[in-house]
Design a binder for this molecule. Structure first.
Ligand code: PMV
Length: 318
């Protein structure tokens, strides 16, 4: 088999509504964002013998060791380069985006064409090693892109549909409330403890989140009510705060944005001790938001929602 060089990218994500509840089988809505992870695999002669082995072993390997493992297993026939535009561990799907890009690259080396369903399954197995009990929403958005309604019916059955939204989002921003000290696995574990301790209350919060998800879905599909959409995201934020996954620092930043007429919602697992990761911010008058964040030295980043999923950036065969 001849030499090959392949580069695949996959997007990060934000969860518009339904994080945490989605781990318990409730629906969530997420969108891919145009911040991507790039995985390049450079393969020497006879690389094919090693790809099967890599597909078997890498999903069980912690992310930090993957690069070395690829070289070791392939006896230096395959080398890997990774680069990402996503902040690591800040709730916008950096690990899933990496898992999706790497899975797609390995799959393409093995089969010559991409089967996104299979790539998604492979990416999910990487995520399980990383996060323990993930819902699978992050990797699904990273693989398929766009806007996704996702529901984990069981470990074997995950239901998702693409939402072809009719909303044009004028101005959406990301604001980093600080990198959480806690990992996604720890935050999911914290919610699990609360669930075991006060099941009724947590189920009530999850049910309310599910109602928000249903309304967000309806608005995305049928109406142009941006005001209503923003209020729903704010409700979801309040429910996440009640769930106990948003720390004081993020809460205070979010309240300040609300005071000037905007809304903000964290969009991943959150964090309590320090930062709670990246928040999605909206305001009817974006100028006000820009002015406010400038004054307080807060970095705000404009973002487009609904980006493409895994993408072949470059492939060369010699
Ligand atoms: O913080 P992130 O990007 O890993 O998002 C996690 C989303 C959760 O709903 C909290 C967990 C999951 O597996 O869905």
């Amino acid at each position: 088999m001849s030499k090959r060089n392949i580069c695949i990218s996959a997007p990060g994500k934000i969860i518009l509504a339904g994080e945490h509840a989605v781990v318990y089988g409730y629906p969530a809505i997420a969108a891919a964002i145009e911040k991507r992870t790039y995985v390049t695999l450079s393969c020497g002669e006879n690389y094919a013998n090693f790809v099967k082995l890599l597909i078997e072993i890498l999903p069980q390997t912690p992310i930090a060791q993957i690069k070395d493992k690829i070289q070791k297993i392939s006896q230096n026939t395959i080398t890997a380069e990774f680069c990402s535009e996503l902040p690591i561990g800040c709730g916008i799907g950096s690990s899933a985006s990496f898992a999706a890009a790497l899975s797609a690259a390995l799959f393409l080396l093995q089969h010559s064409t991409l089967n996104t369903e299979k790539v998604n399954e492979l990416a999910y197995s990487f995520e399980k090693t990383q996060h323990g009990n993930p819902s699978g929403v992050d990797n699904a958005v990273a693989v398929f892109g766009g806007f996704l309604r996702f529901q984990k019916i069981s470990e074997q059955q995950k239901k998702f549909s693409f939402l072809k939204t009719k909303i044009h989002f004028p101005s959406m921003f990301l604001l980093n409330t600080g990198k959480p000290i806690e990992t996604t696995k720890e935050m999911v574990g914290l919610v699990q403890k609360r669930f075991q301790h006060s099941k009724q209350n947590i189920e009530r919060i999850f049910n309310e989140i599910a109602q928000v998800v249903a309304q967000v879905e309806r608005i995305l599909l049928t109406q142009h009510q941006l005001d209503q959409f923003a209020l729903l995201l704010q409700s979801n934020e309040m429910l996440l705060e009640e769930l106990g996954v948003v720390g004081d620092r993020a809460q205070s930043m979010i309240r300040n944005i609300e005071k000037i007429g905007g809304i903000a919602k964290i969009c991943g697992a959150g964090g309590v001790t320090k930062g709670s990761g990246v928040a999605l911010v909206m305001h009817k008058d974006p100028e006000k938001l820009v002015e406010f964040t400038k004054k307080h030295n807060i970095k705000l980043e404009a973002i487009e929602l609904g980006s493409e999923g895994v993408r072949l950036e470059k492939m060369r065969a010699d």
